[in-house]
Design a protein around this ligand. Sequence first.
Ligand code: MTE
Ligand code: MO
Length: 202
Amino acid sequence: MKKALSIVTTICLAFILSNCNNPNKEAAKKDSNVKTATEGSKSKCLLPLTASDSAKFISTQLQVKGEVENVLSLTVDSLKQMKTVEIDNYQVVCQSATTGKAGKSCKGVLLKDIIYKAKIRQSGHKDPNFYIVARATDGYKAIFSWGELFNNATGENTYVIFEENGMPIKNKGEMVLICKNDIKTGPRQVIWLNSIEVNRVN
Ligand SMILES: Nc1nc2c(c(=O)[nH]1)N[C@H]1C(S)=C(S)[C@@H](COP(=O)(O)O)O[C@H]1N2
Ligand SMILES: [Mo]
């Protein structure tokens, strides 16, 4: 009898606790009618956006910030002043697909060179534990580690591009981050790129 009573009490307590007001839940409820391109594309890669919708996501500035000595605000014009590279046969392959679209030729700057310009606040060679977050205006993001960019072939294959097949990147731009040596290039391609953030793992 005593045991049955304690089971009932436990169930009641669990029920009460699960109904406690969770502020995150409330915020999520409130914003549930505001859909970003990323939320709407859980299964698709990008929402089928009209030109005027995608215009809202276009970013003309790229902020480089976080654990850096020089916070930068870059534009396509400032990237053009840096060492630019031609990238041949870049193919976007979605995580869920086996084959991608035809390869494109692109023009861009190595992400590594951008981060060199901003200069990571690194105290010495025993301070390599940084991660770099590339974010887009729709909330999409990709991460890279310091080791990948500065001590691995990925660093030679990760670019911020601003031209595709000789043309400025319009409705998916103005700048796009790509990592050419990823097996599936879709997940770490960041369209509408607007920030690069350097963070230290403490
Ligand atoms: N900003 C942003 N970038 C993004 C996405 C997104 O939803 N938002 N989707 C990704 C996915 S899942 C894929 S497969 C590719 C699709 O790129 P494409 O439209 O150039 O083929 O972009 C990636 N980059
Ligand atoms: Mo995708």
